[in-house]
Write a protein that binds this ligand. Structure first.
Ligand SMILES: [Zn+2]
Length: 393
């Protein structure tokens, strides 16, 4: 038996980042093959990064051939799984072409009207509204995403979600564009002041729902962002599986089945070891609520036996607010999450040592709260990640 050196971190068992953004710092992508983490799940968020994530997948992506093998056989170079999606922080940059006679772009007056309808409070500042990015037709984006998912059979949908707390940034001023950091992928906030405007939750929901439906259609897992909107994230997800809830046997039925030795007679879908089903459904097969900050009560709703979607919860040390005393809201939520539904993530914008370091911290934190031995925890988190991404294992 190999002696486990006290506090040494068992990278060799395989560590998987469930949610990160390395394409935000392109120059550091090249450090992916030398990272200690095994595989990164790389999110796209906005117009500027979808193709960057695709390029990264061409260079470093796992292929289906790798998945048939074990972790140890995976090549050093193939270290990421791509995810394509539109983040709520950019949801205002999308318009529903059905509301504009199928238009593929908006005239200035329509652009003002669009932003007035999706931003709250309603802005009368035409110059500000016209300075925002030209909105894109949402249907085109969904078609583009469908193409990416076809091109990358292991790809997920993400990052998508709802956020009630963010405000959109002020437009770029010329004196700032001259000094922007060229090493950062454009489209993010980059220290700009925030405007007073938020994106209406109805508009965010529309953008989220369409992407959840696409995940159902293509049977791909989804990485979901939820901030200050845990109830409405649940409602939006639950609406996609309404009418498809799993039938939960009554106590009497269970007793009867046990008495006749038929307790497991009816195989559930998740127990099916056969080829992965690609039959389209209205709801995603698997969801990860990333950097989960909701209450433990909401965890309970997601793990109810009637929920037909496998919901995972990932935790980070970058976003999650862990308490000093170990008895805060995040800890309570994590304790409520079943052992086979926990994931770890860095949510970091740059690949390399720092990402490894945050993953190690995240794993240690999760193990501490869950009371898992480190090696047991790393193995468990690895199994959970494979289950989340590939739907098996
Ligand atoms: Zn993220």
């Amino acid at each position: 038996m190999v002696e486990s050196g006290g506090n040494a971190f068992p990278w060799h068992l395989g560590v998987f980042d469930a949610h990160c953004h390395p394409t935000d710092t392109l120059a550091n992508l090249q450090s992916i093959p030398t990272m200690r983490a095994n595989v990164l799940t790389v999110m796209a968020t906005r117009a500027e990064d979808q193709e960057l994530v695709a390029h990264a997948a061409d260079e470093y992506g796992l292929t289906q051939a790798h998945v048939r093998n074990t972790v140890m056989d995976w090549s050093k170079k193939h270290r990421m799984v791509p995810a394509f999606g539109w983040h709520p922080w950019f949801s205002h940059q999308m318009f529903d072409e059905a509301e504009y006679d199928g238009a593929s772009s908006l005239a200035p007056e329509q652009k003002v009207a669009h932003y007035q309808s999706v931003l709250a409070p309603k802005s009368e500042d035409r110059d500000f509204l016209l300075s925002l990015p030209d909105p894109r037709p949402f249907g085109h984006f969904l078609d583009q995403t469908r193409d990416y998912l076809t091109r990358y059979p292991l790809a997920l949908i993400g990052e998508v979600g709802l956020d009630r707390s963010f405000r959109i940034p002020e437009a770029w001023l010329p004196e700032h564009t001259d000094h922007r950091d060229e090493s950062i992928t454009p489209g993010g906030r980059e220290g700009r002041k925030l405007s007073p405007y938020r994106v209406s939750i109805d508009h965010q929901r529309k953008v989220l729902t369409a992407q959840l439906r696409l995940a159902g259609e293509m049977q791909r897992a989804v990485s979901v962002h939820g901030v200050a909107a845990h109830g409405v994230v649940y409602e939006t997800l639950a609406a996609t599986w309404k009418g498809h809830e799993r039938r939960v046997p009554s106590k009497r039925e269970r007793r009867k089945a046990e008495a006749t030795g038929n307790a497991n007679a009816e195989p559930s879908e998740t127990d099916n070891e056969g080829p992965k089903s690609v039959e389209p459904k209205s709801y995603p097969p698997r969801v990860c609520l990333h950097s989960y900050s909701g209450p433990a009560e909401t965890v309970k709703q997601y793990i109810a036996a009637s929920v037909p979607c496998e919901v995972f919860f990932s935790f980070s040390t970058t976003i999650n607010a862990w308490s000093e005393t170990g008895d805060g809201k995040v800890e309570a939520a994590l304790r409520m999450v079943p052992d086979d539904r926990v994931l770890v993530e860095s949510d970091l914008h740059t690949a390399g040592d720092r990402m490894d370091q945050y993953l190690e911290e995240g794993v240690r934190k999760i193990c501490e709260v869950k009371g898992w031995e480190l090696e047991e925890g790393v193995r468990r988190l690895g199994r959970n990640w494979k289950r989340f991404v590939f739907g098996k294992g």
